[in-house]
Ligand binder design. Sequence first.
Ligand code: GLC
Ligand code: CA
Length: 551
Amino acid sequence: MAINNWYKDKVFYQIWPRSFKDGNGDGMGDLYGVYEKLDYIKSLGCDGIWFSPLYPSPGIDCGYDISDYMNIAEEFGGMDAFKKVLDGAHERGMKVIMDLVVNHTSDQHEWFQKSRRRIEPYTDYYIWRPAKPNGKLPNNWDSLFEGKAWAWDEVRGEYYMHLFAIQQADLNMDNPLVREEVKKILRFWLDMGVDGFREDVITFISKPEGLPDDKLMPASKGIFMFNHGPHLHEYLEEFHRDVFSKYDCMTLAESPLVTPKKALEYIDENNNPVLDMFIQFETQEADSFMTDYYHMPFNLRKLKRSYTKWQEKLDGKGWNMLYIENHDHPRMVSRYGSERFQKESGKMLAVSYLFQKGTPFIYQGQEIGMTNWYPSDPEMYEDVQTRWQYFNVATKKSPEKRLKRLWDGSRDSARTPVQWSAEENAGFTTGTPWFYINENYKDINVADQEKDENSVLNFYRRAIKLRKELSSVKNGNYKEHGKMSSSFYTYSREDDREKLLIVCSFTEKTKKWSVPAGFDLASAELLLSNYDKLDGTTLKPYETRVYRWTK
Ligand code: GLC
Ligand code: CA
């Protein structure tokens, strides 16, 4: 646990290294690029960085398939570049957290290479099962990325489990030696000065005894069995007891399908917490189910129910992590906002979550309102999950419909390089970019927005600054108003010094907003809005306002 709960005052910026900034001209984002941009990140008001994996990796899942946990990939600049960035961040008062990916390793990791050859002590580091006499797989679980959850290994003559890509083999966390390895990794980075971890799909690490078949019929077989498995709490408690409790660090657990009730089993501050915060998926599901591949029209009321549920249920017990974007989900302007009103909706989306209670995270490019990417050919996609869906899953849908589905749902929509300027390759690299640049970079880029006082970028700066100044945002009471509205999200925050009223319009229409009872706008101070001129209580497309009453 972080001493003094310092993470409660921070605003984090997530870096997905490949696409952030290329510093050495080879086309791949790297830590030299990050170093150049530390002041930029700081200028947003962010004082924490979460790095998606920087470790050596074959890159099957863009770094989430790790082959060496105690090193930094050469392509990102190696350990020297990392230490420089870490020091640079600390000098600027920024914390740095790393991605801890220990549900699985790359099949190129030394442990796997030895395990498949039954070299001790690695034999039981992974989840191996012999072939069944009837030719069936060890169980009926699905991989989230590629077909079934089992791959045959010729070397060992057994199946191994992979809940993600075939080259991402699941570790056997029931083996105490594996848990010792995890602790070694944690100590290694914490001793170096890292301030905590975002723990990748950490709620998948404990598989049920005997790996029974999933008898339910979910879209993804097995997920309700291996998510929050039988020994999860015990293992997290062990990591906490043996490592985290000895450092001033924070832990953030990623967990698909987590509910506030489940989360509180781990983060309740009054009840021996073993983690600090959770990344929940519910707020991503207002236009999709479980993964983004089941795309549906955006439903504001669903989003509001989820926002309010997490605000209320965790209140006084646990701490929320707040986000709208990360590297696993398409861009929000294109989903809950509108590309036609890119500027207005980009700003409104910021306000929709930045004034809630919790620790906000901003994903690279979100601060300029980057949008989805619309390639003409499915071959242009890079993401392993997207490719499997398109090329391997049988469907009767037309190619046009299937391509549209990728546009709406692929993780690659949020993985195009950050648009730094209107110059060649959006200023991301002087070389040939490793991935496609979104064609709209001449209209949406950092350099132009720096010069424009009314840009999305400068709006983020103002919103973050306000968030830090307003006492009620940190600890005040949260209340949602007008819950039935399918156009407006209205919420208030209140403490003994002030009261805030925040409204966010999620519609392209100009519409009348009914001010909740007890809030007299005539005596309010308008702190923030995304239009120059206000028209009473009629809100323009994607309009947002933050009002304050001082007590
Ligand atoms: C997490 C990561 C995602 C990765 C997966 C497997 O969901 O955020 O990018 O592909 O885990 O490690
Ligand atoms: Ca580079």
